[in-house]
Design a protein around this ligand. Structure first.
Ligand SMILES: [Zn+2]
Length: 250
């Protein structure tokens, strides 16, 4: 009898430990970082949550967790990543109401400049417009954490949102104004303009690739200060929250 009880205690301990470890590392897991919701899933869940008055992030966590255990940690992570997003990073045309950009899921595609690596972000391409045409706007409220030239990212700006998500905007043509590190920005505020800067040690180098916005999303987890996650499905979802801009004079 005592043996049986001991066995049971052991089993419960092992299960608890596994769930704990799973929960601690969920932010690092490939499953989580891929953010592979599939086309339309976020939209459907969002509508369902609105109609049913159920919490969107709770529904999301429950629907995504593979082992079928409602996971508080996963819910918190989704709330952090998606909750600070307020709008799509390129404004739509006020006149036509349309968003003139294209992007695909290029998460983890191979890149070779600066050594073999995988693509940690999403490239948003404009139509045939010159560099400097499309404004790049902040998707969240937050604070300017990093600004200036990077060999890979060119002219870049990084905004840390309230929940601690780091939004990275790279290859800018120019900045909207002289931002200072620590300065507060609001969602929808223009940060700079889409461009083709980067892929060089030499500040100001342009033209090494077509003009686009490289958009990256990074979070801090219990185990690491910088974990990149796939922005693609999140961007698709936030096409519902467009900011409109008058492109007439540009
Ligand atoms: Zn990119």
């Amino acid at each position: 009898m005592i043996k049986r009880i001991l066995c049971l205690v052991m089993v419960v301990a092992v299960i608890s430990l596994s769930v704990y470890l799973l929960s601690e590392s969920v932010g690092q897991s490939t499953d989580f970082r891929d953010m592979d919701f599939g086309e339309g899933r976020l939209e459907k869940l969002y509508d369902f949550s609105k109609n049913s008055h159920l919490d969107f992030y709770q529904l999301l966590a429950t629907s995504m967790f593979r082992v079928n255990i409602p996971n508080k940690k996963l819910e918190e992570l989704y709330r952090m990543v998606l909750g600070d997003f307020k709008c799509f990073p390129i404004p739509a045309d006020q006149k036509t109401g349309k968003l003139e950009v294209a992007y695909e899921n290029s998460w983890k595609e191979q890149r070779s400049y600066g050594g073999e690596r995988v693509h940690e972000g999403c490239d948003i391409m404009g139509t045939n417009r010159p560099s400097g045409y499309y404004p790049v706007i902040s998707v969240s409220d937050g604070v300017v954490e990093k600004i200036g030239w990077l060999k890979l990212g060119g002219w870049r700006i990084g905004i840390r949102s309230k929940s601690g998500v780091y939004f990275y905007y790279a290859h800018l043509n120019d900045y909207f104004k002289k931002f200072k590190e620590g300065e507060e920005v609001k969602a929808g505020q223009i940060l700079g303009f889409m461009g083709d800067s980067g892929y060089s040690e030499v500040e100001g180098t342009t033209g090494n690739f077509p003009s686009h916005l490289h958009f990256g999303v990074y979070i801090r987890t219990d185990l690491s200060d910088e974990v990149s996650i796939n922005p693609y499905y999140i961007l698709k979802f936030y096409e519902k929250d467009l900011v409109y801009y008058s492109y007439i004079n540009r």
